[in-house]
Design a protein. Structure first.
Length: 110
């Protein structure tokens, strides 16, 4: 696989994962501490990424750097599972906080 093909794979994976998470290019850029133009250039296959940038993007996209470099049919499932795991963790945390607030409220009503 040559660098051009790898750049296309990286570009497609970043775009797929970004859209899957409901992020705009601007939001992804902000979270990864990059410019929106850099994200646009990466997704447009006009630029390559440094190791540091690849790691930042992977973190924001709930992926690993290696997932971003795999052909997308291999990482869509992993991405979906990562998303579900994150979603469930958030729901659990929010549910526990609501239960705690509700319990405190009921105890204070007595």
């Amino acid at each position: 696989m040559d660098k051009t093909e790898l750049r296309k794979i990286l570009s497609a994976n970043i775009k797929i994962k970004r859209r899957f998470l409901g992020l705009t290019q601007e939001t992804l850029a902000e979270k990864a501490e990059l410019s929106a133009q850099t994200i646009n250039d990466i997704e447009g296959c006009r630029t390559w990424v440094s190791d540091k940038t690849l790691v930042k993007l992977a973190e924001v996209l709930h992926s690993s750097p290696s997932e971003l470099l795999m052909p997308s049919e291999f990482c869509e499932t992993s991405s979906f599972m990562d998303f579900l795991k994150l979603k469930n963790e958030i729901l659990l945390e929010v549910g526990e906080k609501i239960e705690s607030i509700f319990t405190t409220y009921l105890e204070n009503k007595r």
